[in-house]
Design a binder for this molecule. Structure first.
Ligand code: UDX
Length: 455
């Protein structure tokens, strides 16, 4: 049974008799989340072993090579490896055996019906449970993977108990510690969290996880397992709602004309009840979290006979939002048939090489359906996009992408788009640029016909 831990946020203080200066941590899964977490924990003085089933990933990480694009990650990995407190292994059992706290950081990818695939979580729990069967001592298994409310208590705990023959809350601890890491700033977010949420089955589990964060200055909220799981979903659902709200108003501003949606957001943000951050209009949200998490919580609510109107609306606007750029393109060119259209930015957002749920994919497909020839360019993405939408030509550089194009659509927010000048678009056949991310410097674009989504 989850125990309620009362009270709201608090700031942690080291309690010498209950906390150890150093915790032995095992991290299962060294993807985007597990790796950044492992790096941060090691820098805070803990002894960390990152375990992953992939020999390639482990080999690379041991050599200080990162396996995905993330600014600052190679340096941070190097620094943590240099402390001697961070190591990597494919031996998940061996990593879990000496650990005081085991973090489950494996993926929970979406299934076709919108629910999440828990197979990696179940497998990790089974493995850790087997280790606990023979290992003496007390471990706290902490779920960092994003899982629906009730999963840690209802799926992970029974799997651990079955495999270990031990009892959660008595023989081992259980906690949920959601991550709030953004791709592109994952290292910084891991090292300087804005808050720490810990759901725990009991006080002992809570203290063990708190001890890991003891050197971090951040408000901490202690709660039960299910609430911590829900906080993660509610956070992403709220942020996705903010983005869809900004997008909705950008579209509405366009129907009126003569209104800049950023000014509208700035104006509403003067109301102390409204935080205007994270309300930059664009062609929709993508990435590995927002679409998947909003869909999963909406589908779970629906299966409990609560069809969420708000979340359904947030998702349905997001589906059609890339088509706003197609509409603007058609207005400018009348017909897209045979036209060459360049898309700048293929990853779901600037600073990332991730194309999961990137809105550039439906954008490119819609343009192709309209008969356009589509060429894409991104500072880091190439082959992955080509694989996702084979009929798109992916250019190696900006000028090749723009060469002889009839129109250009800026899809994501790479900072380099801000530096673009009129001269950069000289190679286009017709210099029509749609700024779908409201990022271009309008003053610098002499000789370009600029159409900005949201005015
Ligand atoms: C998100 C959450 O922010 C993070 O806390 C969670 O752990 C994982 O999911 P991430 O997917 O890396 O992080 O991207 P984020 O920066 O949140 O952006 C998500 C999407 O919203 C992107 O497509 C981005 O372009 C879009 N977005 C964001 C906007 O369109 N406007 C904004 O103002 C902010």
């Amino acid at each position: 049974m989850d125990r309620e831990h009362g009270g709201g946020p608090r700031t942690l203080k080291a309690i010498p008799e209950l906390t150890r200066p150093m915790t032995r941590v095992a991290i299962i899964g060294t993807g985007h989340v597990g790796l950044a977490t492992a790096i941060a924990f090691a820098q805070w003085g803990h002894e960390v072993v990152g375990a992953d089933v992939s020999e390639k990933i482990v080999g690379d990480l041991r050599a200080g090579k990162t396996t995905h694009y993330e600014p600052g990650l190679p340096d941070a990995l190097g620094r943590s490896l240099a402390t001697g407190r961070l190591s990597f292994t494919t031996d998940v059992e061996g990593a879990a055996l000496p650990a005081d706290v085991v973090f489950v950081c494996v993926g929970t990818p979406p299934k076709k019906d919108g629910s999440i695939d828990l197979s990696q979580v179940r497998k990790a729990a089974g493995t850790v449970g087997l280790v606990m069967r023979s290992a003496p001592g007390y471990k706290v298994v902490t779920v960092k993977s994003t899982v629906l409310p009730g999963t840690t208590g209802g799926v992970v705990q029974p799997a651990l108990e079955r495999a270990s023959g031990k009892k959660g809350g008595t023989d081992f601890g259980l906690a949920v510690n959601p991550e709030f890491l953004r791709e592109g700033s994952a290292v910084n977010d891991a090292l300087h969290p804005d808050r720490i949420v810990i759901g725990a089955i009991d006080e002992r589990s809570l203290r063990a996880v708190e001890a890991i964060y003891v050197s971090v200055q951040a408000p901490t909220m202690a709660t039960n397992l299910r609430t911590a799981e829900m906080i993660k979903y509610a956070t992403n659902a709220f942020l996705a709602t903010k983005v869809s709200f900004a997008n909705e108003f950008a579209n509405i501003c366009d129907t009126f004309g003569g209104i800049n949606v950023d000014d509208v957001i700035e104006g509403i943000g003067l109301d102390p009840r409204i935080n205007p951050k994270f309300m930059k209009a664009g062609l929709g949200f993508g990435g590995s979290c927002f679409p998947k998490d909003v869909q999963a919580i909406a589908a779970a609510a629906h299966s409990r006979r609560y069809p969420s109107r708000i979340l359904t609306a947030v998702l349905s606007l997001n589906e059609v939002q890339p088509l706003r750029a197609v509409r603007l393109a058609e207005t400018a060119l009348v017909s897209l048939r045979g036209r060459r259209v360049a898309i700048l930015g293929l990853s779901f957002k600037g600073g990332s090489d991730d194309i999961r749920e990137s809105r550039a994919v439906p954008l490119a497909r819609a343009l192709l359906r309209k008969g356009a020839k589509v060429v894409g360019y991104d500072p880091v993405v190439r082959d992955e996009f080509q694989k996702a939408v084979p009929r798109v030509e992916v250019a190696n550089d900006l000028s090749t992408a723009l060469e002889a194009a009839d129109l250009c659509i800026v899809h994501n927010d790479w900072p380099q788009w801000r530096e673009l000048k009129g001269a950069d678009f000289q190679g286009m056949r017709r210099k029509i640029v749609i700024d779908g991310r409201r990022i271009l410097n309008r003053q610098a674009l002499n000789g370009v016909r600029l159409i900005v989504l949201g005015g």
